[in-house]
Design a protein around this ligand. Structure first.
Ligand code: NAD
Length: 456
């Protein structure tokens, strides 16, 4: 079935109020959860083919998060979707006021390749929970995973509710020509711009989950071994191909040597001397990305790693030292296993640098000093982040996840995801037994005084 036919069915189904009832939405979410569990071996194998990734890592970074979102939505749907009473102001007396969450309608989710399942399916879960229909367009780069997802979902789910459409830029362009009621995009800032413009033609609201250069700031008073350990894990998970991976580290000059040696020992401990062991370290997604990353490794600055095996699409976890803000390696988001380390004397230096660049998706601060932590959290703009950790704020569904400025518009996960696919319809409900004379002509000074008293 082509995307036009799927969209036609979804439009008809939505118009017929098919998605409105909460039990129906719950049944769809349950079904999705069941088929993902039943066929999880196929899903694990596809990711293995795309990335050489272990089952453990796919479970941790993809499937467990998806099931967590499904369960959270099922548990909370009656609460999230309830009609809410709000107070009524005096000028409108007597009346009741309430807000009704309403599904936006027919939606499109465009996914990125780096976590192909969860980046496509978590927004789709939010869409179904909110009572929308959804067409999911995963990335063509993670082709095995996208294909596995399409086969599974298109076989087992009702196309009037959810349909996976495979393809790259041309297919996405065709989809964007259609009128949707919401477009949810995850990917690069440059394609985000294209999607935003295409959606604007139909005045379709968008959520854009984009990238950025996420800094980690390591202060003098931090718990250093733990900082090094958590930075190593967050950076080299998925070989750095995570939107929330620390892009680079700013470390106080006095700690530079110690941090570098701790990073080296954690890399060795987590991935082993013989780094080509495939079990715990994933591949780079394509030759093009291997070449892009290899060109960014300045051999003069390599402190750890630096080895590239192009035919295997492996790049060793690499740490660069002596990097300055002007180096080419800091021009764009790295999105790979290269960790540049920069030093500072005064915390104002990294803060100034971050503020003068596009707003990052994430920021990580390592310190024991509440005042400095609060200063950074309140003065530096960024999407979200963690104190004394990396990446894991993404995994708490109670935290709305999203960027700001060039790192994105809007948010997802948990209730934030439900809200993203909902419209909040505001209603003032009035009885007919009372109608004050105030608002009607003739307009007099006394009426105006009374009106001001009520409204101001
Ligand atoms: P991408 O922008 O190249 O592709 C994203 C999607 O857009 C894919 O489905 C692709 O098929 C489609 N696409 C590509 N070119 C297109 C075009 N010209 N017209 C229409 N559609 C097009 O991004 P990517 O390489 O898949 O992902 C990497 C980027 O995504 C990084 O910048 C990363 O930071 C970001 N990202 C952000 C998040 C987040 O949650 N904020 C999560 C993961 C990745």
């Amino acid at each position: 079935m082509g995307h036009r036919e799927a969209l036609r069915r979804q439009r008809d189904f939505f118009k017929s109020n098919g998605t409105r009832s909460i039990p129906f939405r719950v049944s769809q979410l349950k079904r999705l959860g069941e088929i993902l569990r039943r066929h999880e071996t196929a899903l694990y194998e596809a990711i293995q083919l795309d990335f050489g990734k272990s089952r453990f890592e796919t479970c941790m970074t993809e499937l467990a998060l998806i099931h967590g979102e499904i369960n959270l939505a099922i548990r909370n749907l009656p609460y999230w979707s309830r009609k809410r009473r709000v107070p009524t102001n005096l000028a409108n007396f007597p009346a009741r006021s309430f807000i009704i969450p309403e599904p936006l309608g027919n939606t499109l989710v465009i996914g990125a390749w780096n976590f192909p399942y969860q980046l496509s399916l978590i927004p789709a879960i939010s869409a179904i929970a909110a009572g929308c229909t959804v067409i999911v367009k995963p990335s063509e780069l993670s082709s095995n995973a996208s294909h596995a997802m399409a086969e599974l979902i298109n076989e087992a789910m009702d196309p009037a509710v959810i349909r996976v459409v495979e393809g790259g830029a041309p297919e996405t362009t065709q989809l964007l020509d259609e009128r949707f009621d919401k477009v949810f995009f995850t990917g690069s800032t440059s394609v985000g711009r294209i999607v935003y413009q295409a959606a604007a033609r139909h005045l379709t609201p968008v959520t854009l989950e984009l990238g950025g250069q996420n800094p980690a700031i390591v202060l003098q008073d931090c718990a250093l071994p733990m900082a090094a350990r958590r930075i190593t894990w967050g950076k080299f998970l998925n070989a750095g191909q995570s939107c929330v991976a620390p892009n680079h580290v700013w470390v106080h000059r006095s700690l530079e040597d110690e941090l570098l040696s701790q990073l080296r020992s954690w890399i060795q401990r987590l991935f082993g001397e013989n780094w080509s062991s495939r079990e715990n370290y994933v591949r780079i997604i394509s030759d093009k990305h291997v070449d892009r990353l290899a060109a960014l490794i300045d051999p003069e600055k390599v402190f750890v790693g630096g080895r590239v095996e192009r035919e295997e699409r492996f790049i060793q976890p690499t740490v660069l030292r002596g990097v300055t803000p002007e180096d080419p390696v800091l021009e764009d988001e790295l999105f790979g296993p290269i960790l540049p380390v920069l030093t500072f004397e005064d915390i104002e230096e990294p803060m100034e640098h971050i503020k003068s660049r596009p707003r990052p998706l994430a920021l990580y601060v390592f310190s024991r000093c509440r005042r400095t932590i609060d200063k950074i959290l309140t003065e530096v703009p960024f999407g979200g982040g963690a104190v004394n950790d990396t990446v894991l704020h993404f995994t708490n569904p109670h935290l709305p996840f999203g960027g700001v400025g060039q790192s994105g518009i809007g948010s997802c996960h948990g209730e934030a995801g439900f809200r993203t696919f909902s419209h909040f319809k505001s209603i003032l409900d009035k009885p007919c037994w009372f109608e004050p004379f105030l608002k009607y002509p003739p307009y007099t000074r006394t009426k105006q005084k009374l009106l001001q008293l009520l409204l101001e």
